[in-house]
Structures are given as C-alpha cells and as structure tokens.
Design a protein around this ligand. Sequence first.
Ligand SMILES: *Cc1c(COP(=O)(O)O)cnc(C)c1O
Length: 389
Amino acid sequence: MTMTMHNAQLRADSAVSRLDTFIALSDFDRPTLVVDLDRVERQFRALATGLGRAQIHYAVKANPAEEVIDRLVSLGSHFDAASRGEIALCLSRGAKPREISFGNTIKKPSDIAWAWDRGITLFAADAEEELEKIAEHAPGARVYIRLIVEVSEADWPLTRKFGCDASKALELMDYARDLALDPVGISFHVGSQTRRAEMWGPALDALAETWAAAQAAGHGLSILNIGGGFPAFYGEEIEAPEAYARAVMEMVEARFPNVPHIMAEPGRGMVAEAGTIVAEAMLVSRKSDRDLHRWVYLDIGRFSGLAETEGEAIRYQLETARDHEPMGPCILAGPSCDSADVLYEKRPVMLPVGLKSGDRVLIRNTGAYTSTYSSVGFNGFPPLDVVCI
Ligand SMILES: *Cc1c(COP(=O)(O)O)cnc(C)c1O
C-alpha cells in the first residue's frame, strides 16, 4: 500500500464517521443517499485552496440537492448549470446571475432567452447553430467555445458528444464576433474521474495551441474554463483533492501564464465522497448447484441511481455488517425486470458468504451522479431518496 493510497483510504474512512453515526441510528424504508454537508464543505475548501486563483463553478448535475447548493452558495462557489431547471435552482438558492454559467452546448432557444432575461450572461457553444441561437436570444452575450478532448484517460470519458476541433473553434470565434457576440474564452473537459493529475497534460497542450492561434487571430480571450474531471475515491489510488487541484493548476499556469480568469467546474470531486447510499439485499441466490458465483440482488440498480455502473466503469465500494465473515464472489444486480440491470458481472464483487435478504448494504462515495440518474421511477421503483445531514 503506497502512502497516497493510505491517505486516500484515510480520507474515505474519516469521511464516513458522521454519516455512519447517522445511518446506524436511522431506519430507511427505501434506498437512500445520505449526504454529509460538512464533507462537501471540506471538499470545497480543499479544491479551492488547490485551485488558487481559479473560480469554482460547481457542476450542478453531480448532485442538485438544495442543501448542497445552499452550502456551496454560502462558501462562495459559482455554478455551472446545464439547463433552465438547474439555473432556476441556483437562483432560488441565492446564487447571483453573474455567478452562473450556462455550460451546456445544446440549449433550447426559449431557455437561452429565459436565462438572458434573468441576467445570465455567459454561455457555452460548440457549433454555428448554437451561436445563432445565442445571438438571437441573448444578443451580445459572452460565449466560450468548447474544444473536444481527443485523448482521455478518464474512467468516465465525456469525449465525442461535446466540443469541436481546433480549426472549427477558431471559425466559431470569428463567427461569434460576426454575430455581435463576445467570444471570451475556451473550455474543455478532460473526462470525468481522471484519476491522476498528469493525465491532464496532453489535453492542456492541445488547448494551449488553440488558445495561441485564437489570440493570433485577434481574439482577446480572457476566460479559460478547465471543466471538471476531479476524481473521487472508488477503491483505486487517487491524489487528495488539494494536491490534485494544485498539480492541475501548475500545469495550467505553465501553459497559460497570462489568462485573466480561470474557471474550474468540479462535480464528482466535490460531492461523491460526501455521500453513502443505504441499500438492502433483496435476494441472494444461485442459478444452479454448480454455480460458482452467487447472485445478489439489491433494492437499487442501474435505473434507480447506479447508472455509472454501465460497462462496469465506476466500481463502487460495498460494505455490510458481516464484512469480518468469510467472503465470496458475487454477481451484483438491481431489482428491476430488465436484464441490463446487472451492476457487476465481468468483475464480480466480494461479499460475505453469510449475506442474506434484508441485510443492509452500504454503497460508499456515491454522492455524485446517483440521485440525478434516478429521477424517473423506472419499473415502479421510486427515485433515490436523498437526506442531507
Ligand atoms: C458534468 C460536467 C462537469 C463536471 O464533471 P466532473 O467530472 O463531475 O467533475 C463539468 N463541466 C461540464 C461542462 C460538465 O458537463
């Protein structure tokens, strides 16, 4: 076990004590995400310290619980919103319009107009049509162009769907100027759950070239938006948030020494480790007497909050009250009647041999990208309950 691993483990452990006390004292009649707001605050402070002069815009989609937004507003966070709903949420919790960026590159004209009316002035784009929509419904707005990241080593890459290549980005900045918009900067996303800071290097190198080309073309850029990607602990070694953020900023400053404003949009790294899902084993079975693996069915699955188990990309850590007993491999599945609702099969998980229906199963570091993915009650299983403490 390396030192970093040890620290990561300690961080994970110390994070759970307040949560665990609350969980131990509570009964839950359905799967529930419990979020420790003090832990969110610690994470914010650590990231803010490491990020130095960069302004944090929390990516609201990672966890839009009102209490989380409230705490972040009180700490001075700004917000990256992807929709009218997220903007309305941030405004209703006291964020100022100037502190909110409309960061989705795919927006409805009516939502652009609505946001502009409420004082939102900073918009993302990666295509001509999007700039036309913004120019029509938010005339003169500030826009930043999202670049595609060609190489991502992230566990949950966000490549392909968003961004454009370098030459397109330069054309879009010219076009934005022609449309009387104010092209102020460039954004990118290195990919979610980018475990090591040095993985940012290649993306930043590519970005620096485009930035220089845009300046040479006469665009006085002032905002560099470095997106999210800050990792959470899911059992594999990661750096502590402050050290990670500091390492990223060193790479940024080395390549962009004179950028007036830097924005960072952590989502997962802000909230994942602040949350634990309390779930329950609904059934433990074998398909035949020769089966090597047991099947364990939980009361939460891919369609009720654990969407990031798709492709077994994110491997959550599980904990039960029997973990001191002998352990054996299991295929882990959700409760719904969809055969895709299997969480881990290619790489089975180890669970206690004595695990029984009705046993509590804690799913660690699930504060990000769980409650948002469970908003529809697929197959009659209600959305994930959220309790903030
Ligand atoms: C989702 C998203 C983020 C947050 O990404 P994390 O990997 O969770 O930090 C940041 N910026 C944009 C534009 C996003 O869509």
